[in-house]
Design a protein around this ligand. Sequence first.
Ligand code: 13P
Length: 250
Amino acid sequence: MRKPIIAGNWKMNKTPAEAKELVLALTETVKDAECDVVVCVPATNFAAVKEAAEGTNIKLGAQNVHFAPSGAYTGELSADMLKACGVEYVVIGHSERRQYFGETDKTVNLRTRAAVAAGLIPIICVGELKDERESGYTDIIVEYQTLMALHGLTEEEIKNVVVAYEPVWAIGTGLTATDEQANETIGVIRKAVERKYGKDVADALRIQYGGSMNPKNVKGLMAQPEIDGGLIGGASLKAPDFTAVVMYNK
Ligand code: 13P
């Protein structure tokens, strides 16, 4: 059975002092979680979060990683730099990076390979735009984005990767895919991985849903057989909301 994984994606929010306060609150409220718990925070908060989460079940994640080991890449951070700060997970290919920062399926693949080579667990984001869904291209888009991201990894490496299905039209909009839509599209992603890498790999791969997941809709989404967790934006910024999502089965 796949262990669920719920990750907060704080995006560009919180100072170190605010980060510390939130994580200290969570250490008490999520300590009995049955899922893996991750917070993907701005790099300026790594130290504060690492310290506040020390000895707890809350793992540290980043929101991007560069593919080169070092060099003339102003403003970027390498996988080894993240590792050295205690980062274990890294979000790659978030739709906001694809939309605003020129991220492509090629660079998502390069970042994923660099993350895996350094021993980080990538959380690879895939998802269709509103007009792509309305035109009937959802399956093709998510299959292509997923297989391109995984290209060049071994089967064993893919088993340890996390994919987040985030329909772009559901991010930060309050719109959520229905439980059935989310389950169906995640099933499509898993089938594509199965065709290329086999059933063992597809069965091991954890696939999250993201896009306005919150305390109200988490139970229904997590009851779906294909959905192995969530990548949470807005609702991860407040301790009571993130707690309610992480403790969805309590
Ligand atoms: P929201 O939960 O705010 O819709 O954000 C989802 C997301 O983009 C997580 O990566």
